[in-house]
Design a protein around this ligand. Structure first.
Ligand SMILES: NC(=O)c1ccc[n+]([C@@H]2O[C@H](COP(=O)([O-])OP(=O)(O)OC[C@H]3O[C@@H](n4cnc5c(N)ncnc54)[C@H](O)[C@@H]3O)[C@@H](O)[C@H]2O)c1
Length: 398
């Protein structure tokens, strides 16, 4: 299969590119390297020493014998280059990771909000419009987030994308149908993902594009069997207050002897998936595309749910670390339950990597190994969700 990986230089995109290339697929990475530039802006970097794209490509060729092609272009801006690439190369599938993906970064200032909206919505819409204009039948697999659902339910499990509803018409007939699960974004970043869903629904309906939307949980872990083969292939590991996702942040904090920072009561329940399972899920999604004319295929790409304070306790016990409860910079309920259906991937053969099995390895083989590269000053989360949460604003003052 010929596959374009948009955002293939990133944390999920790079190991996915290697995994698909290893399976014999013809992989082209398309990325504008914006994530590396954001590292420069934030004066923060990956805990692991990620290499330039050219070094990555060379190392992969040496290790596997496979070529991965790289095109540096901005999917949100360079529409015609994207279209030409699709027309010339005729990919069978496009995997779309190319968005600004950090909720705290999207909330830092109005400039960051506007950048996230411009970048994410235009990137997604450009890909859809380009597939239509190319006239080709390309399967698009997009990485969405569990955050589109919000984090509370009426007590039932969150279904895979669609909610069955029953309405009563004027003549008293009861009509059943399935609708997109009501969007409930918790940040500007999450809002862009909820808007993506509408683009997909429209293009699947109007142009019969084949689209899979993967509502992914928080990804943890670093290595996959492919990135493990050579130090130059190492994957990104974000730990800073904007991009560090909760579990990887805890692992790194434990490794450098920094108390694990739990926001608020730590009563937030979140969904998780290991990076090894992310790359497998993408493979499974590409092998099982929707039919032409079918509605968007939505799968919940997560394997476990945990409360943040319980996670902190597990990591603290493994790594002999302390826990510090700090003010929550987000605007969210202090406690929530989260129950999620993920039967579709399990039925298609996913065998999850459990926290129990993978955590210790992460602490020792990644967090401790690269602890000397950590900049402790970058750990605290500083972006607040509202003006009233900013430092120095008295309680109750809006
Ligand atoms: N990491 C997680 O825990 C997680 C969880 C749920 C969903 N996701 C989703 O998965 C996708 C990938 O996440 P990630 O963690 O790998 O993020 P990342 O920031 O590491 O990677 C995204 C990549 O896309 C590139 N990019 C961004 N905008 C672009 C544009 N306009 N043109 C070309 N390239 C562009 C960046 O340079 C980067 O290499 C995102 O869409 C994210 O929302 C990630």
């Amino acid at each position: 299969m010929k596959v374009f990986i948009l955002g293939g230089d990133g944390f999920c995109g790079w190991p996915t590119s290697l995994h698909l290339s290893n399976l014999g697929h013809d992989v082209t990475i398309i990325d504008n390297l914006s994530r590396r530039n954001i590292d420069n802006e934030l004066e923060a970097g990956s805990l692991t020493p990620i290499q330039y794209m050219g070094t990555r490509q060379k190392a992969w060729k040496e290790v596997s014998g496979h070529d991965i092609r790289f095109e540096r272009l901005d999917v949100a801006k360079n529409y015609h280059r994207l279209l030409t690439l699709i027309q010339d190369e005729k990919p069978d599938a496009i995997v779309h990771f190319a968005e600004q993906r950090a909720a705290p970064y999207s909330m830092k200032s109005s400039a960051h909000k506007r950048y996230t909206v411009d970048n994410n919505l235009n990137a997604t819409h450009n890909v859809l419009a380009a597939i239509v204009e190319s006239g080709l039948d390309v399967h698009l697999a997009h990485l969405g987030t569990m955050g589109v659902y919000g984090y509370g339910t009426a007590g039932m499990k969150i279904p895979e994308g669609y909610l069955p509803v029953e309405v009563t018409t004027d003549d008293g007939t009861r009509v059943r149908q399935e609708i997109l699960y009501p969007a409930n974004p918790g940040s500007i970043y999450h809002m862009t993902k909820t808007q993506d869903q509408l683009f997909f629904a429209y293009y699947a309906k109007n142009d019969h594009l084949r689209i899979t939307d993967l509502h992914q949980g928080i990804v943890w872990g670093t290595h996959t069997p492919e990135t493990d083969q050579d130090e130059r292939l190492v994957n990104r590991f974000d730990y800073d207050g904007d991009y560090g996702t909760v579990l990887n942040r805890f692992l790194m904090q434990a490794a450098v002897g920094y108390p694990l920072t739990v926001h608020g009561t730590g009563g937030q329940t979140r969904a998780f998936i290991h990076i090894r399972d992310t790359v497998r899920c993408i493979q499974i999604a590409l092998e099982n595309p929707p039919e032409k004319g079918e509605r968007v295929k939505i799968l919940n790409q997560m394997t476990e749910t945990h409360r943040v304070r319980d996670l902190a306790k597990i990591v603290a016990d493994i790594a002999d670390a302390e826990i510090a409860y700090v003010d929550n910079p987000r605007n969210e309920d202090p406690e929530n339950e989260l129950h999620v259906q993920n039967d579709l991937f399990l039925d298609l053969g996913l065998e999850p990597t459990t926290l129990e099995a993978g955590l210790l390895e992460e602490v020792t083989s990644v967090a401790r190994k690269y602890a000397h590269r950590a900049d402790r000053a970058k750990i605290p989360a500083t972006a607040t969700w509202t003006e009233r949460q900013k430092p120095g604003v008295p309680p109750g003052d809006d």
